[in-house]
Design a protein around this ligand. Structure first.
Ligand SMILES: Nc1ncnc2c1ncn2[C@@H]1O[C@H](COP(=O)(O)OP(=O)(O)O)[C@@H](O)[C@H]1O
Ligand SMILES: [Mg+2]
Length: 266
């Protein structure tokens, strides 16, 4: 094992169990949208939720939600703010008890794009510590399988790998899972199939990916959920509103609710 890989080994901290990474390998599969919708669905079930925008170069959680953060991750990394004070609240006007905290990123901020290994590990530790105040801490990661993604995903919590029925999304998800398991053979990885035209198509996508994992990695990731492709998703993103507020009854919203229920149960 190389020094850099062993340095990635997590410190055993029970708070890590509260972390949920949303990763994929491929970009554009719906990670950010899913992270937001899932944060919202969990909060509607009474959970205290923090959503962290970990797409360091191209942050857009705040844009999709129509938030105007006054402090963000760039302020934290430059030492101008503490992580706990860099939180922006998303209030759910439809369900007054719901809502969640967001740590926004900053698109195009050189200080975030160029973050080194130690800074990334420090940031991850900071997030684990902040889990003290929450039931669930969701990490929306960027695409790719490079160092920033690998370091932020490296913790003892759950990792949801988002995949779509496209062959390139499946191969990229597989590559992500392979690297994550190489670094940590106990990593809790689960699959979310997004943009499935039918549940059957979603199941087939899961089977293709899980069979590849079983034969080559000797590991079968669980299926966490299937989210159907739904035109209402684009509509909600354009309106910069959570889907669960704008179209609470649509198929994709129902599927996200089912995913949230599954995560609370398991
Ligand atoms: N279930 C879905 N149904 C329809 N369109 C979707 C769905 N999920 C995601 N999308 C589309 O995919 C686009 C990319 O989503 P985004 O969350 O930004 O992806 P990522 O964060 O993985 O790059 C969204 O703008 C949306 O139009
Ligand atoms: Mg994204």
């Amino acid at each position: 094992m190389t020094a850099s890989v062993s340095a990635l080994r997590p410190v055993p901290n029970p708070l890590e169990k509260r972390l949920i990474t949303i990763a994929s390998g491929k970009g554009g599969v719906g990670k950010t949208w899913l992270a937001i919708s899932l944060a919202h669905a969990l909060s509607r079930r009474g959970r205290a939720v923090l959503l962290f925008d970990g797409d360091l170069g191209l942050a857009n959680v705040d844009i999709q939600l129509g938030l105007s953060p006054t402090t963000d991750l760039a302020d934290v990394m430059s030492g101008r703010a503490q992580l706990a004070n860099a939180v922006t609240r998303y209030d759910d006007e439809a369900a007054r008890s719901a809502g969640f905290d967001v740590i926004a990123g900053r698109s195009g901020a050189g200080s975030l794009i160029g973050m080194g290994r130690d800074a990334l590990i420090g940031l991850r530790q900071n997030l684990v510590a902040s889990a003290e105040r929450y039931d669930d801490v969701l990490l929306d990661l960027g695409a790719g399988i490079e160092q920033p993604v690998a370091i932020l995903a490296h913790h003892g919590g759950r990792c949801l790998v988002v995949v779509t029925p496209e062959p390139t999304a499946i191969t990229d998800a597989y590559a992500f899972i392979k690297l994550r398991r190489m670094r940590d053979a106990t990593a809790d990885i689960r699959i979310v199939v997004n943009q499935a035209s039918t549940r059957r198509e979603g199941e087939q996508t899961y089977e293709t990916l899980s069979k590849a994992c079983a034969s080559f990695l000797k590991f079968t990731p669980a299926l966490a959920g299937i989210i159907r492709r739904d035109t209402k998703v684009k509509d909600a993103i354009r309106a910069q509103t959570s889907l669960l507020v704008r179209h609470p009854e649509c198929p994709a919203a129902q599927d996200v609710e089912a995913l949230a229920a599954n995560l609370i149960k398991n």
